[in-house]
Write a protein of this length. Sequence first.
Length: 199
Amino acid sequence: MKLATLALALGLASPAFAASPFLVDFEKTWDYGQTVDNFYAAQGVSFVNVVGLSNGDGLGGLAGGDYYAGAPSPLGVAYAQLDGVTNTAAYMNVAGGVDGLLNFYFSNPTGASVEIKAYSGLNGTGSLLGSVTLAANGTDYTTWTSTSLSFSGTALSFDLTGTAAGVALDNISAVPEPSSLALMVGGAALLLARRRRVD
């Protein structure tokens, strides 16, 4: 009986389908053209053909030579960089997967709408689970819009290729769904109650 209770509590505390929450805020002084790659590997997140960009080098087109203003995290942002020959696609991969919802901010001064897609496999493979269209929201990188990509299932990757037209991204995050969170809290409470009873 004790073993069954412990197994149930552990199962509730850490459901296999729930990815760990993460926040990728790009808050780093990136060298111009520096790729993000595995900088967020500790959070289970990696990037393909995505570079970080930081204010402060005086080369940007905004006041003070900055590249952007008003981003939710003021030090750094990211964008997809493709050369059309070798680098033809850009992705964000999440090792533990994301269940149903990805949140982020974007700035799109391109004058055109672009799309981000969620896939069940790494690097845009597997089934297409959903997509979100990012409409143009300004004429420079001073307007940032919070949005969400809702989809069915668990996504292991997000295709950022469409954003290579010049869309900047910041504060990409995922949190467990409320049902997953409730299971984790319930499991943790059951473990705590069981531990107190044994003590």
